[in-house]
Design a protein. Structure first.
Length: 79
């Protein structure tokens, strides 16, 4: 049986090098964000599979949802 999880692939190094400069820098003070690459992989996994379950090595679904909300709010308020 085919599953959406079969379609999920983690970011390649080449794609990560393209995306990384587009992300905001880690905050200078306060709590550091979770690993950006793992978070992006988690977002891709959620988008491809529709699953918000936890994967080994990927930040919690709540963090991923928060990151998506921040990004969408930034996009809609900065235009």
């Amino acid at each position: 049986m085919h599953s959406y999880a079969d379609n999920y692939k983690e970011l390649t190094d080449e794609r990560w090098l393209f995306i990384k400069p587009l992300l905001p820098m880690q905050p200078a003070v306060g709590r550091k964000r979770a690993d950006d690459r793992k978070t992006i992989n988690g977002i891709l996994y959620m988008l491809v599979t529709g699953c918000i379950g936890l994967l080994p090595g990927i930040p919690a679904a709540g963090r991923i949802s928060h990151y998506l909300e921040e990004t969408v709010n930034f996009e809609t308020t900065s235009t």
